[in-house]
Write a new protein. Sequence first.
Lengths: 293, 468
Amino acid sequence: MTSAAPLADGLPATSPEADLLVEVEKLTLRFGGLTSLSQVSLTQRRGEILSVIGPNGAGKTSLFNCLTGVYTPQEGRIVFHRRDGRDISVVGVRPHRVNRFGIARTFQTSRLFNALTTFENVKIGVESRSRTGPLGAILHLPHTRREERAANARVRELLEFVGLTHRAATLASSLPYGDRRRLEIARALGTGPELLLLDEPAAGTNPAEKGDLVDLIRRVNRDRGVSVLLIEHDMGLVMSLAERIVVLNFGQVIATGSPAEIQQNPAVIEAYLGAPEAPAEGAGDVAESGEGA
Amino acid sequence: MSDPLELTEIPERTVTSAALPPDQRTPWHKVVHNDDVRRLFACVIGGFVLALMTGPEGDGINMLSGVDGALRFPHLGICLALTVGLWVLITVRHRFGERARTASARVSALPARLLPNAKFRGLALVALLALAIVYPAHLNGYWQSVLVQQVGIYVLLAIGLNVVVGYAGLLDLGYIAFFAIGAYSDAFWTGALPIHPPANLNPFWVIPIAIATAMLAGVILGVPTLRLRGDYLAIVTLGFGEIIQIVAINLQGVTGGAIGTGTIRHFALHVLGINYVWGLDPLPYYYLLLVFVVLALFAFHSLEHSRIGRAWAAIREDEIAAEASGINVLKYKVMAFAIGASTSGFAGTLVASQIRFFEPGDFTVQLSILILVLVIFGGMGSLPGAVVGAAVLEWLPQYLHVHPLFGFQQQDLYIYFGAILILMMIFRPEGLIPSRRRRIELGLAEHGIGTADAMTAGASPSEPAGLP
Ligand SMILES: Nc1ncnc2c1ncn2[C@@H]1O[C@H](COP(=O)(O)OP(=O)(O)OP(=O)(O)O)[C@@H](O)[C@H]1O
Ligand SMILES: [Mg+2]
């Protein structure tokens, strides 16, 4: 149950879908009588920023939890096509292994290691890739020390990248909201992902921080070549970042398309009806009751 | 299954008592509004209960003579003084809590201030080590064996349990079971059990074998139980401790049953022309123990500050986030658990070989709890804390035994331990010499961020996984 089945080992994919990164097929997730995802299918291309939107309770976070191994869906497939050509089925794989395969995430309400410093938080992400075992750690073997030096350098680079260098020694618990969000992204990047899942990264940030965040996500995507799957209630942010958008409502995909298409889609407008600002408006929080903000 | 969504949290106390009719407004136990007075009341009642509990027993002829005797003046007075004294302490803490906290923080910072330089601290450690090597030779036999059987062994046990409870945040209530496994491995391989080992080993090689056996037992017990979250581990380990003891009693043909083992051979070393036997003299055992304690301290210190220690800290704080950051939570928990188990196992081997005889009755749950108390007292997650805590709490009763103060009696020991623990939780929940991380965690927990208890650390995200 813990082993991910490599579907096509070793061979670099040469099929027409070579640029596919994730395929989600007919995913169904139930909690007792409640179906939080039903027959959800979507694909993400390599290098793409894909956004998942939908009203509260639509199943967005549930989708993320299925993608990262936290929940095991009752039906459906999730296939992750790694850059090295390995295709990995994610369903039923424990979260830390999913992470190791190259899918990292942040959480809707940030989950940092609060009693640790900013530096240590990122280092934990980076070091999950280290190979030092207990013996190496106890004996301070040369390769242990080399690994630790490399990890420190990488942490510094990441802190620089997200702009938290000056906060390196600060406890995560005493960081302001925007910094917490960026720290979570840095920690996730530390694990060296090909795909980064961001669950409402802008929730609770102020407009200035939002601007920085858009910039950061774009740099993650362009400079680091990391594909981004983004859940966000802030339509302005989604429209400016996403190349394509998937709309969920009551656990079902009701629309997929470019931002322009989504804005015109009647089903989407319908789903958001009752909200003062429909996505057609282009900006503003669609789900007015979204947390934070 | 807990609440499905974080968002559905119902704001607490939305219904205030003001909305209720006056006769329902205050529950009976809150008639007294002043908290201090209420606590005083509770303490006075507690004093009476304590007097009754610790007073003489009644007998068949006059059942109430016990009550009568218990409520007489000196006894009742002492009990009331104790509980009211406790009230004074609590009140003081409430009134002057902030000041007390800064004072206690200043005390904690003292070693760092006195020895600001890491080099000096290193020198101080070397000096301490030199003292630990030289001083015991000048003690008499009684104190030397106290040093081995009480202080040394418990220090080793405490630093081992500290890895499990303090570093990984796992509540292990069956720690002594691994001690028993170590002791029985020793007895087995030296031929002191009714069943005989396949080969007669040089008794010194028993040490690595016993350590490996205890570690294996830790892994076998740990892998299935550590998958579960939270309190299960405490319950399973508690049960495991009992099972080991009961098996040892009932498996007479294998363990010698309740009567105990045969005579166990002392350790002996016969390699490379060295022939040394650890005899009846406690001092050589002390040095053997010292070597292992120092090795363990070095190893655990290195672990704490390595990627493994950071992974433990991450798991302690937020398992879900740790997993999402690529940490194999199960692996690191089992690792901590097995390290603790093997330390306990080694301690068992050493005790078995020094005392040369033991019985299942030596491995009570109470002992597991006692070691936990040592760790909590010293400061969870802190090596100096575990060492000092264990040394003080084990040495003091022996000292008081020889130089009785305030009518101290050995059989009352656990009452005092209980009292110390209560005082500790009121005034210094982080322990005698807290670790930096742990102190921060406790501080955060006081403000409602995260959990700082080993007791709840694993449990915090309850079943459907704390909803990321
Ligand atoms: N562990 C769980 N147990 C029971 N029900 C759950 C669980 N997790 C999610 N659900 C249910 O699944 C549905 C979708 O929830 P989900 O958190 O995925 O929504 P969301 O789209 O992320 O909403 P929001 O925008 O508010 O974050 C909800 O009805 C929720 O109650
Ligand atoms: Mg959500």
